[in-house]
Design a protein around this ligand. Structure first.
Ligand SMILES: Nc1ncnc2c1ncn2[C@@H]1O[C@H](COP(=O)(O)OP(=O)(O)OP(=O)(O)O)[C@@H](O)[C@H]1O
Length: 693
């Protein structure tokens, strides 16, 4: 068959013409946006308002430019043909000509694109064919078709290897790529879900939880205007992981999503890692109650209030103070903002008391004068007349300028000192210190902990903050200064099984609408977490209001590797159904070595693998304490050296796991760390075990 008669070649050529026109349109849109931005920036601004408008317009256009640039790679990847002969191209963003409202390219998130992901031969949704296009740069290099209506292929169809197989067999690059062209229907269903509350996605290693989380973030931005307005946040377990996923959303044309670890959210840097037992305790929500309890001690717990105004001492009773306290607490969240309200209420109460005193005094004078002279002073001051005309109280002391007195009171240093005694201004970190450096405060506010547990929490005043202190500092900031400055319309949490109760509080404070997508796997939980399932983890924060989905097919870990970890999985998560894999590959290899030779054998294995499989991404996962030794011995020349505690979510073509026993014993829950380490490879796994002496 000559090339021209080859349906694959013809299909590529005809798609190329269409794809080229789409790229031309994209280039045109980009030039327009760039020119508009240049014009906006050059336009004169005659007032601050105009300058502000100009800045906003320039920012909007910069975002649009970023969106178009981000979508350029792999701009179009799909086409669906209906049985009636019409067709739609599916891509990372939508594009249409100005004259014509009909899109030349449909955004993958649009309803019209749904059949591309959902149609099957059993339920073709009106489709005859689904076509995948593979592009290199702007060139179409292959197409591959699936026929959905049961008809035989014609000369126009190119039925071949599925694009999923192709995507899965591609080499890993160390960065995750969008899976928008090959999202599977069980994944797509969650990504496109209309549910706006809390969606939980669980599934074994490599089942695409991260893929679902990130595509869901992009979908939410497209489909839910409130999320676009208020922003989307993606939380990941560490900087290494965030770096791994960082390109996915920009490649879907979404540059505005905030990616952060919990530490970054709190804006606190704490490089020290504290002991695990302590960290586990600090993750409990009892700590939030303790901080709130300690704070109440600083919010006018009891007592009266006396302040000097001019020559007068004005006194408010404990009861009046308590009324002001309760009203201030109800008025605004946060101790410091509520302090201002408290102060204002106290100023009101003081002026009220003065008014009362003055009224009593004047009435006494009136009565005395009238008794002694027969004169009615009210008549002379015109008060009686004003009263008759219906003027509002305050009656006889109308002449006192209460507003001025109140303003003076609010500015008065003496008043501030008196308020400070009842309701001191606080610094959030001081509140945490006040709790953790004082054995009595710990005993009073953490009655449910044992004395030994409390002693684990006790710290010196100058000890550095640890990573487990971060959520406490954030909680304190919330209690002291009020809600976080930045909140989001939708929050996505990856490796969500890793969050402690205190970290969940951080997330929930930033998501007032409680619209969240949470993905994770409790079989992979680290040692700090105490919850064992979603209900336990989430119910204190969102109650029973979450929907749970389970992904069942692994796209990373080969069937052989999954089988080799089956016993381990039964031990760490007896209730979990084993995952089935789409991939098969080599059987995992196990190498044993005497203890002394461990590191050289690992480095030798890495060297051998990197030579045998050039261009592939190789990782070596070891107990955390071994990272520097391995690096010093040259492991990093052949592979990425990953501490077991940071392997969650990552993937490599080949993985060498160094000394599984050491990973198990390195920290509590070490078998789960090992399970994570063993399930990171897409192709080959080698474990290097120490032979007993
Ligand atoms: N529909 C898909 N098309 C192409 N690749 C996919 C698809 N779904 C998942 N993958 C790939 O499978 C691999 C595993 O996916 P992902 O990291 O999302 O799994 P995970 O469930 O988050 O894994 P883990 O439990 O280890 O964190 C990734 O390389 C991802 O790109």
């Amino acid at each position: 068959m000559s090339e021209m008669n080859d349906p694959a070649v013809r299909a590529v050529e005809s798609e190329q013409a269409y794809v080229s026109s789409l790229y031309e349109l994209l280039t045109e849109r980009l030039s327009e946006a760039r020119a508009d931005r240049a014009n906006v920036l050059q336009a004169p601004a005659d007032s601050a308002g105009e300058a502000y408008e100009r800045e906003n317009a320039a920012e909007r256009l910069a975002k649009e430019i970023g969106r178009l640039e981000g979508a350029a790679k792999g701009l179009v990847f799909g086409r669906i043909d209906w049985m009636d002969g019409t067709a739609l191209r599916i891509g990372r963003i939508g594009l249409h000509t100005e004259e014509d409202d009909l899109p030349l390219l449909v955004d993958w998130r649009a309803n019209a694109a749904r059949p591309f992901y959902e149609a099957t031969p059993v339920r073709p949704m009106g489709l005859r064919r689904r076509r995948h296009l593979r592009l290199e740069g702007r060139t179409v290099v292959s197409v591959s078709d699936e026929l959905l209506d049961g008809t035989d292929p014609t000369d126009e169809d190119v039925v071949g290897d599925g694009p999923l197989t192709e995507a899965l067999s591609a080499r890993r690059t160390g960065r995750m790529h969008a899976a928008v062209a090959t999202l599977q229907s069980e994944q797509d269903e969650i990504v496109r879900s209309a549910h706006r509350g809390v969606t939980v996605v669980q599934g074994g290693p490599g089942t695409g939880k991260t893929v679902v989380a990130l595509h869901r973030a992009a979908y939410v931005l497209y489909a839910f205007p409130r999320a676009t307005e208020e922003g989307v946040l993606v939380v990941g377990p560490n900087a290494r992981f965030l770096d791994y996923i960082s390109q996915v959303l920009p490649s879907l044309g979404e540059n505005d999503v905030v990616l952060a670890t919990c530490q970054e959210l709190a804006g606190v840097s704490a490089d020290t890692v504290g002991p695990l037992d302590t960290a586990r305790l600090k993750g409990r929500s009892d700590l939030a109650d303790a901080l709130a309890g300690l704070l109440r001690v600083h919010q006018a717990p009891a007592g009266d209030f006396t302040v000097r105004v001019g020559q007068e001492l004005v006194h408010l009773s404990g009861e009046q103070v308590a009324t002001a306290r309760d009203a201030a607490l109800a008025a605004v969240p946060g101790h410091n903002p509520a302090r201002q309200v408290f102060k204002e209420l106290m100023a009101d109460a003081v002026t009220g008391a003065m008014q009362q005193d003055m009224g009593d005094l004047l009435e006494e004078i009136d009565a005395d004068t009238e008794r002694m002279t027969g004169l009615n002073l009210d008549r002379f001051t015109g008060v009686a007349q004003r009263r008759a005309e219906g003027a509002a109280a305050p009656g006889p002391v109308h002449e006192l300028d209460l507003d001025a007195i109140r303003a003076d009171l609010l500015d008065d240093a003496g008043v501030d000192r008196a308020v400070e005694v009842l309701w001191p201004r606080l610094v959030p970190s001081d509140l945490v210190k006040a709790l953790l450096t004082d054995a009595d405060a710990l005993a009073e506010h953490l009655p449910r902990l044992t004395a030994q547990e409390r002693s684990l929490l006790l710290r010196g005043p100058d000890d550095p903050w640890t990573d487990a202190d971060v959520p406490l500092l954030d909680e304190a900031a919330n209690l002291v200064d009020g809600l976080p400055e930045r909140t989001y319309g939708h929050v996505v949490v990856d490796e969500a099984q890793e969050l402690t109760a205190m970290q969940w509080r951080m997330i929930v404070h930033r998501c007032p609408a409680r619209a969240m997508t949470l993905v994770g796997d409790f079989a992979q939980a680290g040692p700090v977490v105490t919850a064992r399932d979603w209900k336990e983890a989430l119910s204190p924060h969102v109650g029973p209001r979450f929907t749970l989905h389970t992904l069942t097919i692994s796209y990373r870990t080969t069937q052989e590797i999954l089988e080799s970890v089956r016993d381990l999985l039964t031990r760490i998560a007896p209730d979990q159904k084993p995952t089935r894999s789409l991939r098969s590959g080599e059987s995992p290899r196990a190498v044993t070595t005497p203890r002394g030779g461990l590191v050289p054998v690992v480095v030798q294995e890495l060297r051998a693998q990197s030579t045998a499989h050039p261009g592939e991404l190789l990782g070596v996962i070891c107990a955390d304490t071994r990272v520097s030794e391995l690096t010093a011995q040259g492991a990093a020349r052949h592979a990425r050296v990953v501490p077991a505690s940071e392997a969650r979510g990552l993937e490599f073509d080949g993985v060498v796991v160094m000394d599984p026993e050491e990973i198990i014993t390195a920290r509590p829950g070490g078998e789960r760390d090992l399970y994570v380490a063993l399930t990171r490879a897409t192709k080959r796994l080698c474990t290097i075990t120490v032979r007993p002496a």
